[in-house]
Design a protein around this ligand. Sequence first.
Ligand SMILES: [Zn+2]
Ligand SMILES: [Zn+2]
Length: 59
Amino acid sequence: MSQSDSQGTPQCVSCGIQVSGMNAARFSCPDCGATIYRCSKCRKQSNLYECHDCGFRGP
Ligand SMILES: [Zn+2]
Ligand SMILES: [Zn+2]
């Protein structure tokens, strides 16, 4: 409600599904600090994530 998140709808960075309402992992890009979401399914599969802002890839 009062969240000033300018990202709009959070999406899993790996598979692209909307993660709002899911217990998705949320963390910051170690390179640029952008907020990254990953759904529980992708987290289980240990999919790589890729930052939309800087292109950083990590486990
Ligand atoms: Zn996913
Ligand atoms: Zn980044």
